[in-house]
Design a protein around this ligand. Sequence first.
Ligand code: MN3
Length: 211
Amino acid sequence: MPFSLPPLPYPKDALEPHIDAATMEIHHGKHHNAYVTNANAALAGTPWADADPVKVIQSLSQIPDDKRPAVRNNAGGHVNHSMFWTLMAPAGHGGGGAPSGPLATAINAAFGAFDTFKTQFADAAAKRFGSGWAWLVVDGGSLKICSTANQDNPLMGQAIAGCSGTPILGLDVWEHAYYLKYQNRRPDYVAAWWSVVNWSAVADRFAAAGR
Ligand code: MN3
């Protein structure tokens, strides 16, 4: 099966006012859809056409040279956005607040306190020059913050992405993710985004990542 665009797990206006409906509609329906279409075009006729997209981005070195840049960008974009939608929920209805349980314990162990983690993560998001992502990853048994350019993902590995590990939280800092509402004010977008982070979904990914 070629890749397909997963439906949003909530209505496009569900994250208002923090993330506006027009941004969600274009981001999901146009940007993410284009990554799916372009990844399928790049992989058509190759042994990777039916593969799990996560496996594809973990195996970029095996992709033919002439297809690798398109696969890196577009399969990467598909994996990143498929995860991103599930990491958010309406504020007060699954979104916002703070993590609990083992995830909270691990964040406190790695960063000292939840607020310190938030400051460091927001800093990584703010300092990513141009387009990219900020990540919280499980790597080598502990939690780390990093950022990647374009549609790279830590699962691509250190040599390609400049960051490694299993991502459990990711924030899209491409201008297409915030420009309609926040224009050039990326820090305001990041500050608002905390109100829609689905910590239960992050905790599930933390548990699945193992340590
Ligand atoms: Mn995006």
